[in-house]
Design a protein around this ligand. Structure first.
Ligand SMILES: C[S@@+](CC[C@H](N)C(=O)[O-])C[C@H]1O[C@@H](n2cnc3c(N)ncnc32)[C@H](O)[C@@H]1O
Length: 353
């Protein structure tokens, strides 16, 4: 039977879903952090601006990236951040055409208040956070009901993306794929279907693995999948991986944890093996420039959503490249582009190392 593929635009649908995050950040920027007033006197260096706004690094990156993605601020050649002419007219209190009062009506929105709390605390506002740390408090990822809902939600998205990944990705030389934080396992299953000689290990917490088992059974792949209950930060592989997939995982964690995960799995690769990061990536910034990407806007919106429910955010392409190269891998020139602004970036371990 020919494989069923989505017929309509997944990217557009998810962009529409996430777009409100930019409004929440815009209102927060004006009513709570007063970015227009802070920058009215002139551009500031990133650290000075962050300090004036009273924000931690991650909060500042998420907020300023959103504002830059909608052209209200920009980064100058001298690396200072300033209002654009458009931003000055709409956000500077001295502008005759500012819209600060109008935007201020947004303060009555619960979502805006929630976002302000997240920005102030640099942490999710509710008591659900989709992360697991061995030495941390009980995790939602181990809660059967919450994690089952999360996993099936991720599966919805993966059904729209996995066929495109499998169509473009060449794993012809691989025998063992390790899908870290693989949840439902649909990326692995799509690749197992394409490569009959491939086997996969899916690493996750218990409730997601139960969903993965259900899908693997339905796909007739149980004999080629190992389900491994472990901590994605530190899982040691008994059997070196020819390919490791980190799909939509790094963005759940802060920079230090995400970088450490890349480093860890680079060490678990067989010679010539590849570490593949699949994520929605923001545009790179030049070396030495402030960590405030120009967008794209839908990824800046997605970054805000992640920021409000876990410890991470969307990372920039230059960050992923740096982590992979710091881990001793060389980056494939070709990047696979996927729906929902997804990019698959591959770092490869030397045959000799
Ligand atoms: C955002 S979901 C992505 C799922 C899947 N890779 C995808 O792209 O659809 C992240 C997955 O990583 C798992 N995960 C996150 N942190 C983990 C940890 N420390 N140990 C094991 N699994 C973890 C979660 O349970 C979840 O299934």
């Amino acid at each position: 039977m020919p494989e069923m593929l989505p017929q309509h635009d997944t990217t557009r649908f998810l962009d529409d879903l996430r777009t409100a995050q930019i409004s929440n950040l815009l209102v927060a920027a004006v009513i709570e952090f007063d970015v227009g007033r802070v920058l009215a006197a002139g551009p500031l260096l990133y650290d000075d601006l962050r300090e004036r706004l009273g924000l931690a690094d991650r909060s500042a990156i998420v907020l300023l990236t959103a504002l830059r993605s909608i052209d209200l601020i920009d980064v100058h050649a001298d690396h200072r951040i300033g209002l654009t002419a458009y931003g000055q007219e709409k956000m500077d209190p001295d502008s005759p055409f500012h819209l600060r009062g109008y935007l201020g009506l947004g303060r009555f929105s619960g979502d805006v208040q929630n976002m302000i709390q997240c920005l102030r605390d640099d942490a999710p506002a509710g008591n659900v956070s989709f992360v697991f740390h061995e030495d941390g408090p009980p995790s939602s990822l181990d809660d059967t009901e919450t994690a089952d809902t999360l996993t099936r939600a991720m599966a919805d998205r993966a059904r729209n993306v996995a066929p495109m990944l499998a169509a473009q990705l060449d794993l012809g030389q691989c025998k063992h794929l390790v899908d870290v934080g693989g949840a439902h396992g649909l990326y692995s299953l799509a690749l197992l279907k394409k490569y009959p000689g491939l086997r996969a290990t899916i690493i996750d917490r218990g409730p997601p693995l139960r969903v993965a088992q259900e899908y693997a059974e339905a796909a007739g792949c149980m004999d080629r999948v190992t389900f491994r209950l472990d901590d994605a930060h530190h899982a040691k592989l008994d059997d070196p991986a020819d390919a490791v997939l980190l799909a939509n995982l790094l963005h759940d964690y802060n920079e230090a944890d995400a970088r450490a995960m890349v480093q860890h799995y680079a060490g678990e690769l067989a010679r010539g093996g590849c570490l593949m990061v699949l994520d929605s990536l923001l545009e790179s910034v030049p070396e030495g420039a402030p960590p405030v990407s120009a967008g794209p806007r839908p990824v800046a919106a997605y970054s805000a959503l992640l920021f409000s429910i876990c410890e991470g955010r969307c990372y920039r392409r230059d960050e992923i490249d740096r982590w992979l190269t710091d881990a001793g891998l060389s980056i494939d020139e070709a990047t696979i582009s996927l729906p929902a602004h997804g990019a698959l970036v591959t770092g490869r371990k030397d045959w000799k190392s």
